[in-house]
Write a protein that binds this ligand. Structure first.
Ligand code: G3P
Length: 236
């Protein structure tokens, strides 16, 4: 077994995040007991029709202890720093999301020195992931779906990035983002990725298999045909 897959498999769990600003979807996913966090981005926040701070704080409340990524929107260092300090001050669960641009990498270094966690986003190559890891990123969001949409293999950079952080011992966790379907989650597991974030509908699809439905129905049909019960002790 490749070291990086061994390392991910036997030293960490695969964290599952839901990629949405929809608080109802987040609450439903949180009920399943397998949700480790939430990622948002300016587009997802804009879809909510609510204020940024209100939405992020509602998400923190819906996923107690979960890592909640909230993105800066400035593109200059000073503006990004001011926004990052504001956002990170709202709740300790918040992870500041920062785009992989030069002032963003500089910001990640500054925030790492202040003990503020970051999620570096819009990462498409292992070279970009290397910059984020060197700067001290907590999470590195390798986008896969948008690469697939351009007829290339988005998962390639994920596998390279997982190997890179393991090779050099960086603490950064590779977060597979821009997930389009359950196969991306399977491939993220195969690559030894540390986190996968996905739309709620994709997370719902992870539960589904036709043989599960058929098998359960068979169990219930046989049980009911036998007239069995669980709570009636008189029946033995
Ligand atoms: O939120 C980050 C990422 O998962 C969004 O990707 O391609 O679905 O917009 P996409």
């Amino acid at each position: 077994m490749q070291y990086e897959i061994w390392h991910a498999r036997y030293t960490r769990t695969m964290k599952l995040f839901v990629d949405t600003g929809d608080i109802d979807e987040i609450r439903r996913a949180a009920e399943w007991g397998i949700l480790d966090g939430v990622t948002t981005n300016p587009t997802l926040i804009a879809k909510t029709g609510r204020g940024f701070r209100d939405t992020v704080l509602a998400i923190c409340q819906a996923v107690p202890g979960g890592d909640i990524s909230a993105e800066v929107v400035a593109t200059d260092y000073e503006g990004m720093l001011r926004e990052a300090l504001e956002i990170s001050g709202w709740n300790p669960q918040i992870v500041v999301k920062v785009p992989l641009i030069p002032p963003g990498v500089r910001l990640v270094r500054t925030l790492a020195e202040k003990g503020i966690r970051t999620n570096v986003t819009l990462v498409f190559s292992v070279s970009q992931a290397l910059l984020a890891a060197k700067a001290g990123a907590t999470y590195i969001s390798n986008f896969v779906g948008r690469v697939d949409d351009a007829s290339a293999d988005g998962m390639e950079a994920v596998a390279e990035s997982v190997e890179m952080v393991a090779t050099y011992g960086y603490d950064a966790e590779i977060l597979v983002a821009s997930v389009r379907h359950p196969l991306h989650v399977v491939q993220a597991v195969q690559a030894g990725a540390h986190v996968a974030t996905m739309p709620f509908k994709v997370m719902e699809m992870l539960f589904k298999h036709p043989l599960t439905d058929l098998g359960l129905q068979r169990f219930l049909d046989d049980w009911n045909a036998a007239g069995l019960t669980i709570f009636d002790r008189a029946s033995g």
